[in-house]
Design a binder for this molecule. Sequence first.
Ligand SMILES: [Zn+2]
Length: 94
Amino acid sequence: MPLYAYRCDEDGAVEVMRPMGAAPATLSCPTCGADAARMITAPRLRGDGARIAAIDRAEASRTEPTVVSAPPPRPVGPRPAPRLDPRTAALPRP
Ligand SMILES: [Zn+2]
């Protein structure tokens, strides 16, 4: 179901979900009740926020790649013991 945007002169932008093609040219503002005119907006993806964020990052990396000047800082504290493969537990150790 698409999201339609309206603009109320008093309250600003109002977004409502309506069936495709069922959005009227004006809407009664849910806050003040005045007529809010429909705005023409670019279509947006709806759904999983993480997916949309990943798409945004991929698009941004085309023109604004993330540049690092140093490796990430080392974690503070003792290093965790390496996880050994249980299949090699019976092998002799040096
Ligand atoms: Zn209003």
